[in-house]
Ligand binder design. Structure first.
Ligand SMILES: [Zn+2]
Length: 684
């Protein structure tokens, strides 16, 4: 798998990196934590000039990126601890000789096969041989599209992306979306942007694809030609692919169609048969995301020879499993996706990468053991209380908005009160009984794992939506809002703050870094440029008056312009359109956390801790959430393919709009971050 590739799917709004919650009143501690923030703050930077580097600049200077990481920050500190926990679980499971079919056996054998490099080396790509044979046997369009369907079923991202998710017009059922896809670079723009950085990546990509063909046994000349074929075919698909920001509009990416009608877009594909080959039977209708992409698929099916398609599929197959087979493929794969694309000199240790794989294939089995050991009912309760505080804060803000009319407010409050709150871990665990895991070559477990996942999603098509499902494992340091369920989901590991036991963290950090602002961020996603288009049941439905919609868009436009103005690297600006939802959520989340914080005794007392006022600690806490060093190459990938702004701008961007920040740090005209009051954006 390639963790670097991200497809923007049906809108699930992921916070990306978030944190923890602790008790409202810090207990008296045997250790003095009052100077906890000293390890982060750089007093040589003026807060009003560059708050991010003031708040966490010392840590940034003291903690350079290890040579085997593309970035290094708060996420990694927390993740290091999670890795240790998961490593212990995996090793224990491996030594237990548990009964066949139990989760413990699966985790244990998965871990064994992942670390058994002798077997991996010995078997090379032999386990993939049946798949390559199948590709080699393609002789006409029928066998070509049959094979593509099969490859998609085993997890290969060939030609386009089939995704099973809630129907956006009727969230009570699942539907199959056919989305643009089939590319080897992180975003369609990589195929066209003419700046030096991107042109270089394109050239290196062609070299990389050629090297992979050599490793598959092609001679140099053939490999070179094959690589150009892949690039040409992918470039055509990319040309017809929508830009990141164009994928944000849920209605524009929703085109319901009977399966019989699909042949109008792509006459070369017999769709009923295609779905059957992918193990999807008796389906009457689908939703096409981007019809013009499927018209391009038809053009490519007609234009490209069968041989060219076979070449493309061989590439897609090896690209999918490159890091699951022997070292030659793994190293070359890392060379391109790690070093060239993200600037990382060395590969991370195998055990960490294999824990990431285990997370992909058995994440909920691990999670079940994880929460038993590391997540207490008390923490869950405290977190639920904090969530309630933030909801109340948002309710108050909506009631007071001067730009929203009464009818829209009533609907907004109705939607807010129906948001489902999932905290910690799922009530029901995923059942892996049909996933066979053994100690044979590792890639076998990966292929079977992908099949299991495909079947897991396919069976949803025949049942009503189970709203208790989770889309993130409890050990994930992250959170999300899903408009289809109108829910926020806050995994157990999202509550970890490094270096202080829960009960000693003061409220300023609890309401910013450790949960408050994060919960606020997620809740406001239900009302941002995408989320506001869904009603309280999770269906796409207009519930705003025209006037209110215009008022919202006017404010969103201000945020877009503000972030378009941020230069990140040479020739690279933030994409204000693509990141607007996240920026609106950061701005709103900070305010909701703030509102709830101002009700606490700590805030009211105004008493300094470690030399900072409560308000100052609140803002430093927010910066801590985004503390990271990142390589410029990796930063460029994020700007081009991620809907979140770069970390330092998730701090400096939103707070430059907040009068509370100006007051807390006495920010004045002339300071670099200063914005005059009339240019500050206010939404919630
Ligand atoms: Zn978000």
């Amino acid at each position: 798998m390639k963790p670097l590739l991200r497809i923007l799917l049906i809108p699930i709004f992921i916070f990306a990196i978030l944190n923890q919650y602790q008790s409202a009143t810090p207990a008296t501690s045997p250790t003095d934590y009052s100077h906890y923030l000293d390890q982060f703050v750089d007093h040589s930077v003026k807060p009003g000039d560059d708050f991010f580097h003031f708040a966490v600049g010392k840590w940034i200077k003291d903690n350079p990126i290890p040579s085997n990481e593309s970035s290094w920050g708060i996420y990694n500190i927390v993740q290091e601890e999670t890795y240790q926990r998961l490593l212990a679980i995996s090793k224990e499971s491996s030594s237990e000789n548990a009964a066949k079919g139990t989760n413990t056996q699966k985790i244990g054998d998965f871990w064994h096969s992942a670390m058994d490099t002798a077997t991996i080396e010995k078997s090379g790509i032999t386990p993939l041989r049946p798949e390559f044979d199948r590709i080699n046997a393609i002789h006409d369009k029928q066998s070509l599209t049959d094979t593509i369907a099969h490859l998609q079923y085993i997890g290969v991202g060939a030609m386009f992306s089939p995704i099973i998710f809630q129907d956006q017009l009727d969230s009570s059922k699942y539907v199959l979306y056919l989305y643009q896809g089939g590319l080897g670079l992180p975003d369609r723009d990589y195929y066209f942007d003419s700046d030096q950085r991107t042109s270089n990546i394109r050239q290196e990509y062609v070299k990389h694809v050629a090297k992979m063909f050599v490793l598959l046994g092609d001679d140099e000349a053939t490999a070179g030609r094959n690589s150009k074929t892949v690039m040409g075919l992918e470039t055509d698909l990319a040309k017809a692919s929508r830009k990141l920001e164009a994928l944000r509009d849920p209605r524009a990416n929703y085109h319901p169609m009977k399966v019989d009608e699909l042949s109008k877009l792509t006459p070369s594909v017999q769709w009923k048969r295609f779905l059957d080959e992918g193990n999807i039977h008796n389906l009457k209708s689908v939703v096409v995301g981007q019809p013009e992409f499927f018209q391009q698929v038809e053009r490519s099916l007609t234009k490209e020879s069968i041989e060219n398609w076979k070449t493309y599929l061989r590439w897609q197959l090896i690209n999918t499993f490159a890091d699951d087979v022997n070292a030659n493929f793994d190293k070359e794969n890392f060379h391109f996706y790690g070093t060239v694309l993200n600037g990382t000199p060395e590969q991370r240790p195998r055990w960490k990468r294999m824990l990431d794989s285990e997370e992909t294939y058995l994440g909920y089995a691990l999670g079940q053991l994880y929460v038993k050991k590391y997540f207490s009912p008390q923490t869950k309760q405290r977190y639920e209380k904090l969530t309630a505080d933030i909801f109340n804060a948002f309710q108050d803000r909506i009631k007071k908005l001067d730009w929203m009319s009464e009818p829209t407010k009533q609907e907004a409050l109705k939607k807010l009160s129906s948001v489902m709150k999932k905290v910690g871990y799922p009530e029901k665990w995923r059942d892996y009984s049909n996933y066979e895991v053994d100690k044979s070559a590792f890639v076998n477990n990966c292929i079977r794992g992908n099949k299991w996942k495909s079947d897991f999603y396919i069976q949803r098509l025949y049942k009503p939506v189970d709203r208790t499902e989770w889309g993130m494992t409890p050990q994930t340091y992250n959170a999300y809002y899903n408009p289809g369920n109108n829910e926020i989901v806050l995994p157990a590991a999202a509550f970890i703050l490094p270096g202080i036991p829960d009960q000693y963290v003061d409220d300023a950090l609890v309401y910013s870094y450790a949960g408050g602002a994060t919960i606020g961020h997620e809740i406001t996603h239900g009302f941002d440029d995408q989320g506001r288009q869904y009603d309280e049941k999770g269906n796409l439905k207009e519930w705003w008056t025209k006037q209110d919609e215009e008022e919202f868009k006017k404010r969103a436009k201000e945020i877009i312009q503000q972030f378009n103005g941020y230069a990140v690297l040479e020739n690279l600006h933030v994409n204000g359109d693509a990141t607007q939802g996240e920026n609106i959520a950061d701005l709103g989340g900070m305010l909701l956390g703030w509102d709830a914080f101002t009700k606490t005794e700590e805030y009211k007392s105004g008493k300094e801790i470690g030399g900072f006022t409560p308000a100052q600690r609140y803002f430093i806490g927010w910066a801590l959430d985004w503390m990271e060093n990142i390589r410029p190459e990796s930063l460029a990938v994020r700007v081009k393919s991620d809907v979140h702004s770069p970390s330092f701008l998730r701090v400096n961007g939103p707070i430059s709009n907040l009068p509370q920040f100006y007051q807390a740090f006495d920010v004045k005209p002339g300071d670099k971050m200063y914005r005059s009051p009339e240019t500050r954006v206010e939404i919630w």
